[in-house]
Design a protein. Structure first.
Length: 270
């Protein structure tokens, strides 16, 4: 038990770094981490719903991580209202539907969807122009109304269902509108907050959850606390790195981290 707590605590530090640098809010780190810990420890009743608990706990951690990072980015003047709103409202609407859908999907299917989502995102970032290096524009282009409405609902639907916050869709979206990585990842944090809040409420109150000790619905409170103990201090320190990483290096590191997460998910027994 102590080993599991220390593992979550140390990897919580990693979620703090990825929250600031990549706008993940911790989702792509916490899902495989919590899933792996639950699978290895095999607590009574937890192994059957390991993926649901991992996704739910990830969403709860993101509420705090994404909010803290968004506040730090706002203070640094990196948030642009025309990109955050009204996209956030449509993302929230999609997140409610996505969370409900996820509670009805089996754990194995949810794991496969998570891996497939990673694979598609990695391929899209590498094969389509506009992510690894922004095109030369005089200024970033505004979001189209269709992208804000249907795109926002789609982002919320997938992000909440998989507990990933949506940054893996919002960052490429903003990147292809001509924004540098520092700004695209900064705005992924406030856009992850409505996803995380909606998902956490649905998972915590889900009637299908067989809550064990230390759980609120599907949310594992102990695992979430350990991750936050590691992530919050790290966010306070890592925010100083924002904008110092070269744009090209920043975008390559983003994709590389997704590849690592995919490998980890496969290794822990997807």
């Amino acid at each position: 038990m102590l080993t599991s707590f220390l593992t979550l605590l140390s990897l919580g530090c990693l979620t703090g770094i990825t929250t600031v640098l990549f706008g993940f809010g911790g989702g792509f780190i916490t899902v495989p981490v919590v899933y792996g810990v639950l699978t290895v420890t095999a607590r009574p009743g937890a192994d059957a719903d390991a993926m649901h608990v991992a996704v739910a706990t990830s969403a709860a951690v993101m509420v705090v991580n994404a909010s803290a990072a968004a506040l730090a980015q706002w203070r640094q003047g990196r948030l642009r209202r025309e990109y955050v709103w009204p996209l956030a409202a449509f993302i929230a609407a999609g997140a409610v539907a996505g969370s409900f859908a996820a509670t009805l999907i089996g754990g194995t299917a949810l794991s496969l969807l998570f891996a497939a989502y990673l694979l598609v995102t990695i391929a899209d970032s590498l094969l389509r122009k506009g992510f690894l290096s922004v095109t030369q524009r005089t200024r970033p282009q505004p979001l189209e109304r269709r992208t804000v409405t249907f795109g926002g609902i789609g982002i919320g639907l997938v992000a909440a269902g998989l507990g990933v916050g949506g940054s893996v869709m919002t960052v490429p979206l903003l990147r292809r509108r001509g924004l540098p990585m520092a700004e695209a990842t900064a705005m992924a944090n406030p856009l992850s907050v409505p996803v995380a809040v909606a998902a956490t409420l649905v998972y915590a109150l889900a009637p299908t959850a067989a809550a064990g000790p230390g759980q609120l619905g599907y949310v594992d409170l102990t695992a979430g606390a350990a991750l936050l103990l590691g992530s919050l201090p790290t966010i306070a320190v890592a925010r100083r790195l924002t904008g110092r990483v070269p744009d090209r290096v920043h975008s390559i590191a983003y994709v590389a981290l997704l590849v690592v997460v995919l490998i980890v998910m496969l290794a822990v027994g997807l």
